[in-house]
Design a protein around this ligand. Sequence first.
Ligand code: ADP
Length: 266
Amino acid sequence: MEDTPISRRLKSVKNIIIVLSGKGGVGKSSVTTQLALSLYASSPAARVGILDVDLTGPSIPRMLGVDGHGVHQSTDGWVPVYADGSQARLACMSVGFLLKNKGDSVVWRGPKKNGMIRQFLSDVRWGELDYLVIDTPPGTSDEHLSLMEHLAPIHSRLSSVIVTTPQAVALVDVMKCVSFTRTVNLPVLGVIENMSGYVCPCCGEISNVFSTGGGESIAKRENMPFLGSLPIDTELVTLLDASDQEEKTIPVTNADALPSFKLMES
Ligand code: ADP
């Protein structure tokens, strides 16, 4: 393994899962959050980190209920924000923690974004982690390439998950993600279809708001595992989008939909 500041910093991180989506608004950050929480809940000893490299639209702090928290510098780098308080098993780092005001936007050119990603990977004091889940911007952009370049020395510990909605237009974008993973030789753990049907809160009947099954068929066609479908969940959206709750507990309702992650334990 090539010795770089990033490989040294991440040597105690067992698995790194990069979450991708063809376009915005399909629920990539929500799935990242749910996935991290599922892994966290999978064992009382599991240690999980979430790195939000969606630099222009960081939403993980809000979803985890740690919006407005600040990170501080120690002599050994940035201390992440722990979303589970003193247990310190669910660490999070996001550009959102570095902005002076909540509404500030990040308007940076490529080299500055690249520098930020490098710093996130080399300077955060994650400690021992079973999983580091990385939320990326929508599509396949410079940020994705930077990420892959910086993580090249630890390529064997990388894998990815592709999030899509069931409609055909979203699936065209998924193919761009698939093609990206093949170009950079990034293993795909599987495809997750989000917003797949709406469960009526009154009677529990499922209506297919969009067409259905697209994620599964693309997974089959491209020879990738299908990890499951997540329905539109009104309770989840209220929890994820609320920003001012003192303590927020997001239910891990969909843990069973993600069985393949158990296979990753090394
Ligand atoms: P992306 O990261 O792909 O841009 P987000 O995760 O930010 O998408 O989700 C966009 C919006 O959709 C958010 O308001 C989020 O709460 C909502 N959302 C995502 N997944 C679901 C779901 N399964 N059920 C209900 N709302 C969802």
